[in-house]
Ligand binder design. Structure first.
Ligand code: PHE
Ligand code: NA
Length: 460
C-alpha cells in the first residue's frame, strides 16, 4: 500500500487489522451488551428476538459500519473533513458533511453523560470490593444507589476520575494511547467475561438462563420488539457517531472493510450473548426479576452478589468488567471530536484531548445535577412530550432518537447513491456479488429501516 500518497504516513495507521478490530469492538462492547441486550431479549420472546436482531445486524448494522469506515479511510482526515473530501471528489455538495457534524456533536454530548454512568460503575467497584453488599437486604442495596445519585459531590468525583482516564488515553494518540489501551483492556474484558460465565454455571440456574435467552417464542414477538431490535442494532455497533469514520481514517488500504466489519459485529453479538449467560443465572438463583430495567445492574445484581458464595470477589470482578467496557467505549467517543479539533486548530493531540475532554466534563456536570439539585429543572416542559424530562433525559433523548439515526441515514444515502460506483467498488474491494448485495442494502433496505425506527420513536 502506498502510504505517502494519501497522507497516512503523517497521521499513522493501526499497526494491524487486529488492532482496529480490538478498538472497534472496544467501542461496540458497552452497557448495550452487558445490560440492555439480555434485558430486551428476555422481554421480547428470547430466541425469536435474537433471530430478528441478528437480521438487523446483518442488513442494517454491517452495511452502515462499512459505509462509515469507507468514508474515514477514503478521506484520511477527521470525520467532517473526510466526508467533505469524499463529497468533493464525487462532485457532490460539501454540505453532505452535516452527516459527520451531527455525528461528532452526538459523540461529544453522549460522552458527557456516558462518563457519569461510567463513574457509577467505578464507584461500584469500591462498594463491591469492600463488602458493602454482603448479606444486605434489598432496601440497603437500593439505598446505596439512591445515596450515590443524591450526592453531587460523589458523582462529580467519579465522573472526574472516569473522564481523566479517558483523556489520558486519547491524549497519547493512536499507537501509545488507543492501541495500547485496547491491547490490555480487551483481552482482560474477554477473560473476565468468561470467568463470569463460568461462575454462572455454578449457580444451578444456568440452563434456565439458556432457555430464557434462546427459546424462540414467536408469540411474544411484537412490532415493538422488532423495532427495538432495529434500534439496538444501531446503538450496539456504535453507529451514527462518526466513531467508525474516525477509526477508519487510520485503517490500512490493504485491509478488507467488509470482513473487518463482519468480525466486529460477530464479536459484539458474542459478548452480548455471553453477558446474558453470565447475568441471568445469578438473577434467577436469587429469585429476582429478569426484566428489572435500569436497576438490573446497580440494584438487582449487587443484591444477588451479596447473597452468594464468593460474591464479593465476583461482584468486584463484574464491575471491573463493566468499567473496562465503558472505558473503551468512552475512548471511542472522544476520538472523533479530538481528531476534528486537532485538525481544525494548531493545538497538539495532547492539548486537544485535554481541551475537548474538559469541555465534555463540564457538560457532564449538567447531567450530574439533573439527578439531584436540578431534578426539577425541565427546560422543555412546555411541550407535552418533554414534560418531566431533565437535562440528562433530554441529552439522551435527542442523541439516541434524533441525531444518531439522522447521521446514519445521511451516511447510508450518501455512500449508497452519491459516491461513484466504480471508485466505491475499488475501495471496498468485494467480489461483484457481495458488492452488489452491500450496495443494494445500503440504497434500499437501510434507509427504509432507519426511517421506520426514526418515525416510530418520534411517535411513541
Ligand atoms: N455500543 C455501545 C454499547 O453497546 C454504546 C456506545 C454508544 C458506545 C456510543 C460508544 C458510543 O453499549
Ligand atoms: Na454493543
Amino acid at each position: 500500500s502506498n502510504m505517502a500518497s494519501d497522507g497516512s504516513a503523517k497521521r499513522g495507521l493501526w499497526s494491524s487489522r487486529l488492532a482496529f478490530i480490538l478498538a472497534a469492538t472496544g467501542s461496540a462492547v458497552g452497557l448495550g451488551n452487558v445490560w440492555k441486550f439480555p434485558y430486551i431479549t428476555g422481554e421480547n420472546g428470547g430466541g425469536a428476538f435474537v433471530l430478528v436482531y441478528l437480521l438487523c445486524i446483518a442488513v442494517i448494522g454491517i452495511p452502515i459500519m462499512m459505509a462509515e469506515v469507507f468514508i474515514g479511510r477514503s478521506g484520511r482526515h477527521n470525520p467532517v473533513a473526510s466526508m467533505r473530501l469524499v463529497a468533493e471528489r464525487n462532485l457532490r455538495s460539501p454540505l453532505w458533511r452535516v452527516s459527520a457534524i451531527i455525528g461528532v456533536l452526538a459523540a461529544f454530548i453522549i460522552l458527557s453523560f456516558y462518563s457519569v454512568i461510567g463513574g457509577w460503575a467505578a464507584s461500584y467497584i469500591t462498594h463491591a470490593a469492600s463488602g458493602d453488599f454482603t448479606g444486605q437486604s434489598a432496601e440497603v442495596v437500593n439505598q446505596i444507589f439512591g445515596d450515590l445519585l443524591a450526592s453531587p459531590g460523589q458523582l462529580l468525583m467519579w465522573h472526574s476520575l472516569f473522564m481523566a482516564l479517558v483523556i489520558l488515553v486519547v491524549a497519547q494518540g493512536l499507537k501509545s494511547g488507543l492501541e495500547r489501551a485496547v491491547n490490555i483492556l480487551m483481552p482482560a474484558l474477554f477473560a473476565l467475561l468468561l470467568l463470569a460465565v463460568g461462575y454462572a454455571t455454578t449457580t444451578g440456574h444456568f440452563m434456565e438462563a439458556v432457555g430464557f435467552l434462546f427459546r424462540p417464542n414467536f408469540g411474544a414477538l411484537t412490532v415493538d420488539g422488532i423495532l427495538i431490535a432495529l434500534g439496538h442494532a444501531f446503538f450496539t455497533l456504535s453507529l451514527g457517531m462518526a466513531i467508525m469514520m474516525a477509526y477508519g481514517s487510520y485503517l490500512g488500504r490493504d485491509i478488507s472493510i467488509g470482513k473487518t466489519a463482519v468480525t466486529v459485529s460477530v464479536m459484539d453479538t458474542g459478548v452480548a450473548l455471553l453477558a446474558g449467560l453470565a447475568i441471568f443465572p445469578v438473577v434467577f438463583a436469587n429469585g429476582l426479576e429478569a426484566g428489572a430495567g435500569p436497576g438490573l445492574i446497580f440494584q438487582t445484581l449487587p443484591l444477588a452478589f451479596g447473597q452468594m458464595p464468593m460474591g464479593t470477589f465476583f461482584g468486584t470482578l463484574f464491575f471491573v468488567l463493566l468499567v473496562f467496557a465503558a472505558w473503551t467505549s468512552a475512548i471511542s467517543l472522544l476520538e472523533p471530536v479530538v481528531e476534528w479539533f486537532e485538525e481544525k486548530t494548531v493545538v497538539s493531540r495532547g492539548g486537544s484531548a485535554i481541551i475537548v475532554g474538559i469541555a465534555c466534563w463540564l457538560l457532564g456536570i449538567a447531567s450530574i445535577l439533573s439527578l439531584n439539585l436540578w431534578s426539577d429543572v425541565t427546560p422543555l416542559a412546555m411541550f407535552e412530550r418533554f414534560e418531566g424530562k431533565t437535562i440528562f433525559d433530554l441529552l439522551d433523548y435527542f442523541t439516541a432518537n434524533i441525531m444518531l439515526p439522522l447521521s446514519g441515514l445521511l451516511t447510508a444515502v450518501f455512500v449508497g447513491w452519491f459516491v461513484a460506483k466504480e471508485s466505491l467498488q475499488q475501495d471496498i474491494n468485494l467480489s461483484n456479488s457481495a458488492f452488489g448485495l452491500w450496495l443494494n442494502l445500503l440504497r434500499f433496505v437501510t434507509p427504509v429501516a432507519v426511517v421506520i425506527v426514526f418515525v416510530y420513536n418520534l411517535m411513541s
